[in-house]
Each structure stands twice: as structure tokens, then as C-alpha cells.
Ligand binder design. Structure first.
Ligand code: GLA
Length: 388
């Protein structure tokens, strides 16, 4: 199967952790359709860890669904998800046990891939806990990659080794379609900020066929759920979504869709941001403003490594350009765009016509230099065209 755009969907882990069951999945499936998320492109509903019994079936060797959480088995859940027009995702692990200590797929890869195909799975998240030390990750992901090719069903292969072991250098060769290039997110602005800064020099590895996955979104969680921390506010979530979009990262929602507010839904279905995310060229964004900036105490610094205000530029297909001004600091900051640094020298006579993706407002033609003053954690994002 060819995965040429960042996958979009929902994953149970951030909100539900081990508290998953048939009702939660069915209600989430209903909500994905009723709220318009499916229409916006969110089509995968993925069940993360903790879905199975603690041990495999002693006769068949198969992993078996927890009979209390999923009394009707997994095929019936999958059938329900499919009946809503969604695609169905499962979870396993390259090691002997999953991260929450359920059976992993080590040495059972082909049997498990067949089992997931029997369930009607369309997606497999594949974790990295309890990996036998004598097996390198590339071999383990390759094994499951082969098993999925043999299983008779198109199953999107989503690796999750947290960016360890120089994964970006070998993961594409194993057949995965997306791979976690960072550690686990929690529902806080610093967690999101650490993740995005850790990816700046890894963005070029993300491309059609296999995308860097910077973890499930925490948008709409407000501190509730399974991944800890105090939560974020709407400004933080706005910037999180804009960053995931300009990074061409998979958009896997992790908040409880059943309780999403109108504002949260409007953010995650913003058509222009999704267009930036899904752009078929999936070019890496670059940062333009490695200039002298003032820190929060008013002191001049040459670039702020992790923090400050940053300006990202991403070339889109159809000669469009996305620009994101974002403030990662705790005080008001100015994000700057030196057009020269984006490849548009003043002498060219060209500038950018800029349309704000949040407000629809057009800034007309801007040239040479511009800046946006941003409240703490806030951002502005534009889709632009070159113009004289
Ligand atoms: C790891 C993964 C998480 C989640 C948990 C489940 O920590 O990185 O995304 O799947 O395991 O136990």
C-alpha cells in the first residue's frame, strides 16, 4: 500500500490508557462521524495498548482480546468501525511484552499479522518495549513489515520506537509508513515544545511513503486523561496544531472526541491547516530567523536554542508557501521573517501575498522584512503566494 500523505485519525492512549472497551470505541466512532472529523480526513480509529488478555491462548498461541473489555471479540468492533466509514487500527509491540505488560509480538509476528488481518485491521501501531537485546530494531520492524505483507490485507504500519537507535536512518527500509521520531508527549506546552525542537534537524527524513510521527495530539485534553500533567489552554493547542501541520506530521487526535468543544473541533478541522499538513509534496519546513533576538529579560542573544519566537517556512505544491510565526516563550515575543532568508531577496522585487489561515484576513503584498508580535505560546499562520 502507498501512504503518500500524513495519516489522520484518533488513538485511544492519551485519554483512555488501559480504560478501553467496546463502548468507548463505538462511541468514539460515532463521534468521529457526527462531529465532522471523518469528513475532515480523520479516518483511522486506533486501539492502543491494553486491549488483550495478559497471556496468549495456550492452544493456538494467538493474542486474545480481553473478554471483559471486548466481550464480542475484535472483529465485531472492527465491523462497527467500518460500518461508520472509518478504518480500524490495532496495537502490538516488537518485544516480548507491550509497554503496559501485555503479550508482545516478538517471535509471533506472522501469526499476529494474520490475526490482525482476521480482525479487519487497517493500521498497526508497533511499539518497542521489552525488545530482546540481541535483536536490533531494524530486524524486528522488518519482520513485522514482512508479516504484514504476507497477511493478505493492506495494513498501515506505524512504528513506535521513540526516535531511539538512529531510527530515521533505517526505518524506511523496514516497510513502515510512519514512525515515532520522539518520546511520549504529555499534555503540557513544554512537552510539545521539546518535541518540536527535537525534530528540527530530522524533518528532512519525513516524506511520502513514511512520515515522522511526533506523537498523538493532546488538543482538547485540558489535563484530563492518561498522559499526565496540568494540561494546556486553547492558545497552546492552536500552536500545537499549527506545528504538527507545518511539520507534515501524522494528525492522530488523542483527546476525548466525545467531549470536544466547538472551538476544539474548529481548530482540528481547519481546512487550510489541514491543506498545509496534507500537501502532497510533504517538503520539510525550515526555520528562517537565526538572528539576534531579545530574551525575556530584554537581553540580546544570538538565536534562542529551545524557545524564543521562531518563523517556519514550508514550500507547498502549486507555488504556495506556508509561513508560521510562533512564540514558544513565556513573554510576548516578536517572530520575524527576513524574506532574504526564505530565498526572496529584496532586489527580486518579489514579496508574498499572505492569507491568515485562522482569520481568513489577507495582509496584501509584504516584502523584505516583517514581524508579528505574539502573546506567550501564540502563533499566526499564513498561506502565501509570490507577488510583485
Ligand atoms: C509507549 C508508546 C505510547 C503508548 C504506550 C502504551 O509508551 O510510546 O504511545 O503506546 O507505550 O503502553
Amino acid at each position: 500500500m502507498i501512504v503518500n500523505k500524513p495519516p489522520m485519525g484518533f488513538n485511544t492512549w492519551n485519554t483512555f490508557g488501559e480504560n478501553i472497551n467496546e463502548s468507548v470505541i463505538k462511541e468514539t466512532a460515532d463521534a468521529m462521524v457526527d462531529t465532522g472529523l471523518l469528513d475532515a480526513g480523520y479516518k483511522y480509529l486506533v486501539i492502543d495498548d491494553c486491549w488483550s488478555e495478559r497471556e496468549r491462548d495456550s492452544v493456538t498461541g494467538k493474542i486474545i482480546p480481553d473478554h471483559i473489555k471486548f466481550p464480542n471479540g475484535m472483529k465485531s468492533v472492527s465491523d462497527y468501525v467500518h460500518s461508520k466509514g472509518l478504518l480500524f487500527g490495532m496495537y502490538s509491540c516488537a518485544g516480548t511484552r507491550t509497554c503496559a505488560d501485555y503479550p508482545g509480538s516478538f517471535d509471533h509476528e506472522f501469526l499476529d499479522a494474520e490475526t490482525f488481518a482476521e480482525y479487519g485491521a487497517d493500521f498497526l501501531k508497533y511499539d518497542y518495549c521489552y525488545r530482546p537485546a540481541h535483536h536490533h530494531g531494524d530486524l524486528l520492524y522488518r519482520r513485522m513489515g514482512m508479516a504484514l505483507k504476507a497477511c493478505g490485507r493492506d495494513i498501515l504500519f506505524s512504528a513506535c520506537n521513540w526516535g531511539c537507535d538512529d531510527v530515521e536512518k533505517w526505518i524506511r527500509s523496514t516497510g513502515t509508513h510512519m514512525y515515532r521520531s520522539t518520546g511520549d508527549i504529555n499534555d503540557s506546552f513544554p512537552s510539545m515544545r521539546d518535541i518540536l525542537f527535537s525534530q528540527i534537524d530530522k524533518l528532512a527524513y519525513s516524506a511520502p511513503g513514511c512520515f515522522n510521527d511526533i506523537d498523538m495530539l493532546t488538543i482538547g485534553m485540558y489535563g484530563k486523561g492518561n498522559v499526565g500533567s496540568a494540561g494546556c489552554n486553547d492558545t497552546d493547542y492552536k500552536t500545537q496544531f499549527a506545528v504538527w501541520c507545518i511539520y507534515s506530521a501524522p494528525l492522530m487526535l488523542g483527546g476525548d472526541i466525545r467531549t470536544f468543544s466547538k472551538e476544539t473541533l474548529a481548530l482540528v478541522t481547519n481546512k487550510k491547516l489541514i491543506r498545509i499538513n496534507q500537501d502532497e509534496e510533504a517538503r520539510p519546513a525550515f526555520i528562517t530567523n537565526s538572528r539576534i533576538e531579545k530574551d525575556c529579560n530584554g537581553e540580546m542573544k544570538y538565536t534562542v536554542e529551545k524557545g524564543g519566537a521562531k518563523t517556519f517556512v514550508k514550500l507547498l505544491s502549486d507555488n504556495e508557501i506556508a509561513v508560521l510565526f510562533a512564540n514558544f516563550d513565556e513573554c510576548e515575543r516578536k517572530a520575524e521573517l527576513y524574506f532574504e532568508d526564505a530565498g526572496i531577496p529584496f532586489a527580486s522585487g518579489y514579496g508574498l501575498v499572505m492569507e491568515n489561515v485562522f482569520t481568513g484576513e489577507s495582509l496584501g503584498v509584504k516584502k523584505d522584512y516583517m514581524s508579528r508580535s505574539l502573546a506567550p505560546h501564540d502563533c499566526e499562520c499564513y498561506i502565501c503566494k509570490l507577488a510583485k
